[in-house]
Design a protein around this ligand. Structure first.
Ligand SMILES: [Zn+2]
Length: 134
């Protein structure tokens, strides 16, 4: 089952960055690469991220909605770029992940209740809380 892990690194020197670090503390570059590991490793070159938080909730449950959209270099189709969209919507118990190349070929598609997505996933612990159900 797909396990999603996000990692951000500096485009210039490869230093691993925290999400809140806008500038690389190592070399000062502002260019970042987001790596999403999901069955295959996807390197998102240009990405958008939208997070909606509910400040009334405890910190580990604040994140209600998490969207990532971008262009990736797919390792399934070498030298090809692909489009990825992943949406986690905790309020609607919804998980959506879609990867397709620019010819429209779907490389990966996953759409299911978030609780099920997590339920039959591996028990592997991850520091990324964003896709855990409450
Ligand atoms: Zn750097």
């Amino acid at each position: 089952m797909t396990e999603i892990v996000c990692k951000i690194t500096c485009n210039k020197c490869g230093h691993e960055l925290q999400e809140k670090e806008r500038v690389c503390p190592n070399c000062g570059s502002k260019k970042r690469t987001m790596h999403i590991t999901a069955r295959e490793e996807l390197h998102i070159a240009t990405s958008e991220r939208l997070k909606i938080k509910d400040s009334q909730l405890p910190s580990n449950k604040k994140l209600r909605f998490d969207l990532i959209q971008g262009s990736v270099k797919s390792e399934i189709t070498p030298n090809k770029r692909a489009k990825i969209k992943r949406v986690i919507d905790k309020n609607h118990d919804s998980y959506y992940e879609h990867v397709e190349d620019y010819d429209g070929t779907v490389l990966h598609h996953c759409e299911e209740p978030l609780s099920e997505h997590y339920g039959h996933g591996s028990a592997k612990k991850t520091s990324d809380n964003s896709h855990k159900p409450d």
